[in-house]
Design a protein around this ligand. Structure first.
Ligand code: 4NP
Length: 157
């Protein structure tokens, strides 16, 4: 039997970037018929939006692309995630710093989303909550998730 791989995207509020990445990766996984092998979730380091659906800007672009975000609500990242997820992917450096401050966070294996796209000048996924540019973030996330999916297949499946 194949191993089940668990992927967690982390951002600040868990309403813009990480739920967008969750929805985009899940859709790519479904297209490759790997839904039973790779599970995806997202979480935030800030607690302001717990229980809320993704931000309107994220919902709008996912609607435009025909990508589902059904049943997704914001939650906080926690130390127990370190045991459950083989891939924990932070959208920016401050997300990673905040995860590191959790109990056990100093030993957690973290990835930076923009490390999936080494040719991009940007080294952090810009926060569209502040920039308003959800298209730019979608393009980065779409490209990065293609690389990530190939990486997971190569490393784990
Ligand atoms: P996200 O964006 O981290 O991509 O979900 C943000 C959402 C909300 C806030 C900040 C960033 N906020 O300050 O409420």
């Amino acid at each position: 039997m194949r191993e089940i791989v668990n992927v967690l995207f982390v951002c600040l509020g868990n309403i813009c970037r990480s739920p967008m990445a969750e929805a985009v990766l899940r859709s790519k996984i479904a297209k490759r018929r790997l839904t039973e092998s790779i599970k995806v979730d997202s979480a935030g380091t800030g607690d302001w939006h717990i229980g809320k659906v993704p931000h309107e800007g994220t919902r709008r672009i996912l609607d435009q692309k025909g990508i589902s975000y059904a049943d997704m609500t914001a939650r906080l990242v926690s130390s127990s995630d370190f045991d459950s997820f083989q891939y924990i992917i932070c959208m920016d450096n401050s997300n990673a710093e905040n995860v590191r401050k959790l109990p056990g966070g100093d030993k957690a294996e973290l990835l930076f989303f923009m490390d999936l796209l080494p040719d991009e000048e940007l080294r952090e996924v810009p926060d569209p909550y502040f920039t308003g540019n959800f298209e730019q973030v979608y393009d980065l996330i779409d490209a990065g998730c293609d690389v990530l999916l190939d990486k997971i297949i190569q490393e784990k499946l």
